[in-house]
Design a protein around this ligand. Structure first.
Ligand SMILES: [Zn+2]
Length: 283
């Protein structure tokens, strides 16, 4: 059985921490480097429900995409919700490790998993990492569809390919507009509109699209927008990452058991569809 330190070294090779954004907080949050690891759980969010799931499964290591603490803290008291997570994990000998923007930029990274879930053919990164001579690492991915689809069909495809959430899929643009190429970015992607326009794609699929950037993008060009729940766009990475660790475990004869959390931790829990407006709004 490997020690936590051995597993962490393998994870750092997949997602080198030095490739994370400056503001990010990646790496090991808690855990004894000498403790043995036999079971691992992958999840997007280090929330209490996931910590409880880790306890139920009897894992020794929880790997999440989102950091527990993004900024400094002076307390891990169990009277705070984050401190409660830390207590739950440490009391049950569970380590927590975070791979966030270092996993976004990796090859394969979060957006590769998103494109893979949708069955898209990747042609390259949306924002290439200049330090990668192979030109495969970076933020987001530019993709081609296997066959042209209308925006309506593509939004349905996204709804059917990503895990179900209360939000579902929102789209902006003519539903009959034909989509051949698409940029995807797992997580919040509305800071990348310049790069998406430069890529000359028909559509952009990401999460957390806010009113103003989206409105301006729609005024600027005929780029179709497809907005999924943040959690749903990043969840495919957990399956991809678990498969990567399985492969490493096989290679080293570690015999790790990996699990992928299917707990929906998107904060939005219900959605009321718009009905025909009582007054004369034109949509
Ligand atoms: Zn995210």
């Amino acid at each position: 059985m490997p020690a936590l330190n051995d597993v962490l070294a393998a994870l750092d090779a997949l997602w080198p921490p030095e490739r994370a954004e400056q503001w990010d907080a990646v790496g090991t949050v808690c855990g004894d480097p000498d403790a043995e690891v036999s079971r691992v759980l992958f999840a997007v969010d280090p929330v209490q429900e996931v910590a409880d799931e880790a306890v139920r499964l009897g894992v020794d290591l929880l790997i999440t995409h989102h950091p527990l603490y993004l900024r400094g803290t002076t307390t891990v008291a169990a009277s705070t919700f984050k401190g409660r997570v830390v207590h739950t994990l440490i009391k049950n000998d569970i380590a927590l490790h975070v791979a966030h923007t270092n996993a976004d930029r990796a090859d394969p990274g979060v957006s590769d998993a998103l494109a893979g879930a949708l069955g898209l053919r990747i042609t390259g990164p949306l924002v290439p990492d200049p330090t990668d001579p192979a030109g495969r690492r970076g933020l987001g991915r530019v993709c081609e569809l296997d066959h042209p689809q209308t925006l309506r069909e593509f939004a349905e495809r996204a709804a059917g390919s990503l895990p179900a959430t209360a939000q579902g899929i929102r789209a902006a643009g003519d539903p009959d507009r034909v989509i051949r190429t698409v940029a995807v970015c797992g997580g919040s992607g509305d800071s990348l509109f310049d790069e998406v326009r430069a890529a000359g794609v028909d559509a952009y699929l990401t999460a957390d699209l806010r009113h103003h950037p989206s409105s301006e993008a729609r005024e600027h060009s005929d780029l179709a927008l497809v907005d999924a729940a943040h959690w749903a766009t990043e969840w495919p990475w957990t399956e991809q990452a678990a498969a990567q660790l399985d492969e490493i475990s096989d290679r080293h004869g570690w015999g790790l058991r990996t699990h992928v959390s299917r707990t929906v931790t998107d904060p939005w829990t219900s959605h009321a569809s718009a009905h025909a407006p009582a007054h004369a709004f034109s949509v």
